[in-house]
Design a protein around this ligand. Structure first.
Ligand SMILES: Cc1cc2nc3c(=O)[nH]c(=O)nc-3n(C[C@H](O)[C@H](O)[C@H](O)COP(=O)(O)OP(=O)(O)OC[C@H]3O[C@@H](n4cnc5c(N)ncnc54)[C@H](O)[C@@H]3O)c2cc1C
Length: 293
């Protein structure tokens, strides 16, 4: 399969890249790791006339803590996420998601920004990012805006990004005390395959061994975009964490999803797995809370 013809641009700064995005508009696509875009171009799913490579823009490649905010540049690679002490310490479930993504070859190229911007309902990074209540910075020549990741995804391959905007940064408030998060993905094989179901759960307690104050449960592959298990979340608030409670939350989450039958599994099976993974990721989150006390 050959790539269609395109003009390749390699800006060195963000203002330069934004300028190109506004000049070429819908005729252009940003290129990060290329693990998604190159395949879609070879398959002729997309044929941009201009590719704007982000790989030489240094300010997109750093992860740092500023006050109580973890800021991850959109071109930080998935491999870098797996190795970052900063990410592991503040957002361990994001590390777990990064380790689950593809193979070493893919992880070395794939970026966090590309994983978010491609908006696949089965992607590995959005569930934990949404569970941590992450926001994304969308930038263009005339300014920037901050969008909650919950509001960013619109459907398969569809996002809040406008044609002249770049996703430049992911922002996560460092989690409060007595909080934890867990992520599990389930595929047919261990790597190189699309997930069947993936779930991330975040909880925070009001005191060590106290009641659940916040709960966010994100389900992948069981709707047109990553979904929140809203009734399961509401059910957990104000209650004392226990295995029994997490099993009941899993049952509630099964009613919050809308899976379809496909070659990866029946809707009935995926719904059942949502129940199991919700229960297990809540238990992982609680384990993290207890290990820090
Ligand atoms: C063999 C294989 C296995 C894979 N396994 C997994 C897996 O297990 N889990 C998983 O989640 N994914 C998997 N993927 C999909 C893919 O690798 C990831 O989604 C990856 O994170 C995409 O990042 P990228 O940097 O390569 O994006 P690119 O391919 O460069 O870009 C993807 C899309 O996002 C846009 N884009 C990229 N960066 C920006 C930005 N900063 N601002 C605006 N738009 C942007 C591009 O224009 C393009 O439309 C796999 C892919 C392959 C080929």
């Amino acid at each position: 399969m050959l790539l269609p013809k395109f003009d390749f641009h390699e800006p060195l700064t963000l203002p330069e890249a934004c300028q190109m995005m506004s000049e070429f508009g819908r005729k252009a696509r940003p290129l990060a790791g290329g693990t998604d875009l190159m395949i879609n171009m070879k398959k002729k799913i997309v044929s941009p006339e201009h590719l704007i490579s982000l790989s030489r823009i240094d300010e997109l490649k750093a992860a740092q803590c500023s006050g109580n905010m973890l800021k991850i540049g959109s071109c930080v690679t998935v491999a870098e996420l797996t190795e970052s002490e900063l990410v592991r310490k503040n957002c361990s479930a994001l590390c777990t998601g990064a380790k689950a993504l593809g193979s070493p070859l893919i992880r070395n190229l794939a970026t966090i920004g590309g994983n978010i911007a491609s908006a696949r309902p089965a992607a590995d990074l959005p569930p934990s990012l949404m569970a941590y209540n992450a926001k994304v910075v969308l930038k263009k020549s005339s300014g920037e805006r901050l969008v909650l990741l919950d509001d960013f995804f619109k459907g398969p391959g569809l996002t809040e990004l406008q044609a002249d905007e770049l996703l430049t940064e992911i922002q996560i408030e460092t989690p409060p005390p007595y909080s934890g998060c867990g992520y599990i993905n389930m595929g047919i094989r261990k790597a190189q395959d699309c997930n069947i179901v993936n779930v991330a759960s975040f909880i925070s307690l009001d005191a060590p061994d106290g009641l659940i104050k916040t709960a966010r449960i994100i389900m992948g592959c069981v709707g047109p975009k990553h979904l929140r298990a809203c009734s399961a979340e509401t059910f957990l608030i104000g209650k004392k964490a226990s295995e029994e409670l997490f099993a009941q939350a899993g049952e509630a989450a099964m009613k919050d999803c809308s899976p379809i039958d496909d070659f990866r599994g029946s809707a009935e099976y995926k719904r059942a797995m949502v129940g199991v993974l919700t229960k297990r990721t809540l238990a992982m989150a609680y384990e993290e809370v207890r290990s820090e006390n």
